[in-house]
Design a protein around this ligand. Structure first.
Ligand code: NAD
Ligand code: TYD
Length: 342
């Protein structure tokens, strides 16, 4: 089978391509990625020279390019490409609407015309919004996104759903909780905390640090995607998660314990506007129907992630340089400054 993977040079996409080509050496992957600030082709150096892997730099919003790639005997699409950082979406949502909504529409329309066998839309539990303590969102829960990022992903989920209902388009949607692991861009919580701790820098926790996320090791997410691609029912949604939400403070403290770094490096900064308090998904459907179970608990996953960032200092240095450094210094500088003004 030949897959078109979009956004394969980012965090989850690159982990998925490596996982998929190892698990299915008879299949091939065509990776379309625009190479935004979040992408890094070094993430794919292990597979770059394989005969069954090909990379094309380009934008999912470009209908001619997407159409011509799909005509290269592509049977299935796995769609990761997106703008993904909530804080950036709060500062300026335009690119989120363009890539996540218009880009997804462009891809759907081209894939429908081509008549692909399968379209896997990789979405997020953030579309359900913040949940009260004790509650879990199943796949029927209302979409109540809080951030412009989550709203753009919810919009793309609804477009996918409309294509299934209107055209009988063979798409499946996954909604996974927060991922962590190797190759995650260090603007997201865990790689930022691990790398800052290693560099002796402060660890900025938003608000009181009691917001809960259900952290999934990226390899477990990749296995779930592989199962859904193979056996998910067309038109269906599958939640993916560990099922054990933890507060940001708990998770950051675990990282500091693994690194044997002082808890004094934690610094509370001003909260994110509209910050969702709690995400939690009911993962009964994927467990029952597809036999998927997460294999990596938080303790083991964090230890593996810490080990990876520790041994990839060149990767970290490159990711934290250039445009990102300017963004980071301005962003966190403002958060700290506004806190002292309160
Ligand atoms: P990422 O930000 O690390 O990577 C996104 C990739 O998409 C980058 O390589 C970027 O260059 C590419 N891209 C962006 N705009 C593009 C465009 N217009 N055309 C082509 N390529 C473009 O993201 P990630 O964390 O790997 O997330 C991948 C997908 O998984 C996203 O759809 C995200 O919503 C979803 N997801 C992420 C998480 C998480 O915790 N990271 C959890 C659940 C779902
Ligand atoms: P993030 O990794 O941005 O993922 P998301 O907002 O998509 O869940 O953030 C995870 C949690 O960590 C979220 O509650 C916000 C919080 N957070 C901090 O406290 N400090 C930080 O520097 C970052 C990036 C996030």
């Amino acid at each position: 089978m030949k897959l078109l993977v979009t956004g394969g040079a980012g965090f989850i996409g690159s982990n998925f391509i490596r996982y998929f080509l190892d698990a299915h050496p008879d299949c091939s992957v065509l990776n379309l990625d625009k190479l935004t600030y979040a992408a890094n082709l070094d993430n794919l150096s292990e597979v770059a020279s394989r005969a069954n892997y090909q990379f094309v730099q380009g934008d999912i919003c470009d209908p001619e390019l997407v159409g011509s790639l799909l005509r290269q005997d592509v049977e299935a699409v796995v769609h990761f490409a997106a703008e993904t950082h909530v804080d950036r979406s709060i500062a300026d949502a335009r690119a989120f609407v363009e890539t996540n909504v218009v880009g997804t529409y462009t891809l759907l329309e081209a894939a429908r015309r081509k008549g692909v066998r399968r379209f896997l839309h990789v979405s997020t539990d953030e579309v359900y919004g913040s949940l009260a303590p004790g509650r879990e969102a199943d796949e029927q829960a209302p979409l109540q996104p809080s951030s412009p990022y989550a709203a753009s992903k919810a919009s793309s989920d609804l477009l996918v759903r409309s294509f299934c209902r209107t055209y009988g388009f063979p798409a499946v949607i996954t909604r996974c909780s927060n991922n962590y692991g190797p190759y995650q861009f260090p603007e997201k919580l865990l790689p930022l905390m691990i790398t800052n701790a290693l560099e002796g820098k402060k660890l900025p926790i938003y608000g009181d640090g009691l917001n809960e996320r259900d952290w999934v090791f990226v390899e477990d997410h990749c296995r779930a995607l592989d199962r859904v691609l193979d056996a998910g029912r067309p038109g269906e949604v599958y939640n993916v998660g560990l099922g054990k939400p933890a507060t940001n403070l708990e998770v950051v403290r675990m990282v500091l314990r693994i690194l044997e770094v002082s808890q004094d490096q934690i610094e509370f900064v001003i909260d994110r506007p509209g910050h969702d308090r709690r995400y939690a998904v009911d993962t009964g459907k994927i467990r029952r129907e597809l036999g998927w179970e997460p294999k990596v608990d938080l303790e083991e996953g964090l230890a593996r992630a810490v080990k990876w960032y520790r041994s990839h200092s060149d990767w970290v240095k490159k990711a934290k340089s250039g445009e990102y450094r300017l963004y980071y210094e301005r962003f966190y500088g403002n958060r700290r400054a506004s806190l002292t003004q309160l």
